[in-house]
Ligand binder design. Structure first.
Ligand SMILES: [Fe+2]
Length: 297
């Protein structure tokens, strides 16, 4: 079934320092916070000739799908190589991270006092071929939620750039609005119990205490991925992000399935609820409206 509204807003910019009017910036902000995608078809990320060697999946340590720098600890993870190679990979990812930060500063300047740098990644593994459990299978529609990392209501904003050297697109299906999905699945989410949250935190399953908001988000993630009929029949739209294009999205709000694609760079930002202009459109407020009560983070 097709989507009722096209979620893509196409922006013509060719620079990570795009000059936009304040009216245009306000439009970008509204589009993004209401579940749209900012798509920059002409914004690629340049590799130096000495860096193109890192477009091979062979640099992965085999444990992680990404080679990445954590938000707070910029030691390179997920890669193998000698000291010089790891330093060069790290510099490449750091350069992308600063470009992505510049992009957000220019498109969405009201976020800059609040945006916290999270993981910066180079992903060279083919998305279509990864063998995973259904829960980790990102080829199924889902909104992002992670079992071990409660967000406590902090939003997940992501900048992606397709850096495929063979001109292959990254292909997504984008699903229905979050509120429509949550209306179907929230009644199936089991009741939250603080005792269980304490237990799984004590066991080290979560890195911090999982509140009711993260409990709901994680169950919605799992319920949508596990429901074959929903995956087949839910409204969705195929979107191709060509090589040398970028896109910006709240991945905790926009239902997405990654069908195929290889070679991507990605920067995640964490944004507190207070930084939102249209907080009524956030997952937390949508869930509170559906539940008809406040939800603790
Ligand atoms: Fe995802």
């Amino acid at each position: 079934m097709p989507l009722a509204i096209n979620p893509i807003l196409e922006l013509p910019f060719t620079s990570f320092m795009p000059q936009a009017s304040s009216n245009a910036q306000a439009e970008f902000l509204s589009h993004l916070e209401h579940g749209g995608i900012l798509f920059l078809p002409n914004l690629g990320f340049e590799f130096a000739p000495s860096e193109t060697r890192f477009l091979s999946p062979d640099w992965s340590d085999g444990q992680s799908k990404n080679i990445y720098l954590r938000g707070n600890n910029r030691t390179i993870k997920g890669a193998k190589g000698n000291v010089e190679e790891l330093a060069a990979m790290s510099a490449l990812i750091e350069r992308y991270s600063s470009r992505a930060t510049s992009l957000i500063a220019h498109l969405l300047p009201s976020y800059m006092p609040h945006a916290k740098l999270a993981n910066s990644s180079l992903r060279c593994v083919e998305a279509a071929g990864r063998i995973t459990s259904w829960r980790k299978d990102d080829r199924r529609l889902h909104a992002d939620a992670f079992p071990s990392k409660p967000t406590a209501g902090t939003r997940i904003l992501r900048v992606f750039t397709n850096v495929n050297p063979q001109n292959k697109p990254r292909v997504w299906n984008v699903g229905e609005p979050f509120a429509d999905m949550a209306a179907k699945f929230l009644p199936k989410v089991p009741a939250y119990t603080p005792l269980q949250a304490k237990l799984i935190n004590a066991l080290g399953i979560t890195k911090s205490l999982r509140g009711e908001y993260d409990h709901m988000m994680l169950h919605l993630h799992d319920l949508t991925k596990a429901d074959a009929a929903y995956q087949a029949n839910a409204p969705q739209m195929r979107v191709e992000f060509p090589a040398n294009s970028s896109w910006v999205v709240y991945s905790d709000l926009v239902l997405h399935a990654v069908l195929s694609g290889q070679h991507m760079m990605e920067q995640t930002f964490h944004l507190p609820q207070e930084s939102l202009t249209f907080s009524a459109a956030s997952p937390k407020n949508i869930l509170e409206r559906l539940a008809k009560r406040a939800i603790n983070c």
